[in-house]
Design a binder for this molecule. Sequence first.
Ligand SMILES: [Zn+2]
Length: 291
Amino acid sequence: MLVSINEILGHAKEGGYGIPAVSAGNEIYLRAAIEEAEKANSPLIILVGYYFTDAVNYYSRLIEDFSKAASVPVTAMWDHSSDFKQSLRGIRAGLPSIMVDRSSLPYEQNAAQVAEMVRIAHAVDVGVEAEIGHVGGADENMDAADSDNALTRPAEAVQFVKDTDCDCLAVAIGTAHGVYKGTPKLHFDLLKELAGKVPVPLVLHGGSGTGDENISKACQMGICKVNVANELMAASYNALQEAGMEGNKVYQFWPVIEKGYRKHVAHLFDVCGCAGKAWQAKQMFTAKFMK
Ligand SMILES: [Zn+2]
């Protein structure tokens, strides 16, 4: 079933679990992720990256068809659109939600640009994730003081949701995108405060390498969506290395990549606590009269 980001995250917030938002940039990954969600009877979020060309206009049709055919609730998001044009491209592609990431801008600009895009997106039933505080890249080499400065401030987060009307909010509580140089330290006290104060579902970026225990705990404490990309790509790569690709084994290139990806997606449902949490959803984007 294809559902909205509000519906899928609403259930997660109420049920006290998280849902992995998995990077799935091609048909093989898309099919594998959905099949694993069906096996686990879990809801699923598909992420499509900003690195896409206009091919996303075609790919989004696949996502829509596969999601509608799935026996479990599935939604998709245009991840990390960082300017007006990129955000609109996600809407134009027909994806049910977009992330409008202006978190590297000062508060006023971030809020103003997100509010503008929310107004546009909501007019055509597209959900919006925004970010306050800033989840940087692990390779940005932030020292401890810098990364603490980038953490989400609870009062600001509450004001931001009021100012923008976004549907869900990515927060910075100590994770980073990509591969960590050291051991990540999550600020659970901050998460507790955010979960108590912010009215919309919370999102964790930089799920890769954060550690199963940290992710599970974060999901139990109010994180509803966990973005994972790097770990999934690494799982594919490792599977390739283990299998070896010499000689005729190379014909198994894609099946091996898929196997590695699949295994890790299945693992994420257990870590996030959403295995078995699928519900009987109503299909989104069925023909209806415009209001
Ligand atoms: Zn991210």
